[in-house]
Ligand binder design. Structure first.
Ligand code: CA2
Length: 147
């Protein structure tokens, strides 16, 4: 059974409670429940983390080394600023799927830059909460592929 860390960065704890016109009405707790149900159906174990603190996210990435098989990361605004998170991801040598609810490429130009993308398998953005399910499928496919 593979084991996956799903991480969420700053302000994502507010999902579904503020700015529904931008981020929708689905709460992070609802997303976690959907992820758990989907991970079960794929036979994957799931750890779900949210923090507003960069260092806590980095510690969680370090703790995943040798324990988890992959990481799904919505780093929130830290995507566009944090070389430290990028370095942490490189250091643990785990497959990473970068995830965003919104299409960051259709928004302000500062959101077009991702420090995560160069160290990720790929990026999923613009599909709202469904993106978490797509990311689980992508990671599952990567972890179970034969060639
Ligand atoms: O689209 C995404 O998932 C983002 O990672 C969300 C970040 C944003 O800075 C990235 O550019 C794209 C912001 C998360 C803020 O979430 C909130 C949710 C509800 C109310 C206020 C903020």
């Amino acid at each position: 059974m593979s084991s996956v860390l799903v991480m969420n960065g700053p302000n994502l704890n507010l999902l579904g409670t503020r700015q529904p016109e931008v981020y929708g009405r689905t709460t992070l707790a609802m997303i976690e429940a959907d992820c758990r149900a989907h991970a079960d159906s794929l036979g994957m174990e799931l750890e779900f983390v949210q923090s507003n603190h960069e260092g806590v996210l980095i510690d969680a990435i370090h703790a995943a080394r040798g324990v988890r098989d992959g990481i799904i990361l919505n780093a929130g605004a830290l995507t566009h600023t944090s070389v430290a998170i990028r370095d942490a991801l490189s250091s643990v040598e785990l497959p990473v799927v970068e995830l965003h609810l919104s299409n960051i490429h259709a928004r302000e130009s500062f959101r077009h830059v991702s420090h995560i993308a160069p160290v990720a398998l790929g990026q999923i953005c613009g599909f709202g909460p469904q993106g978490y399910i797509l990311a689980l499928d992508a990671l599952h496919g990567h972890l179970t592929k034969e060639d």
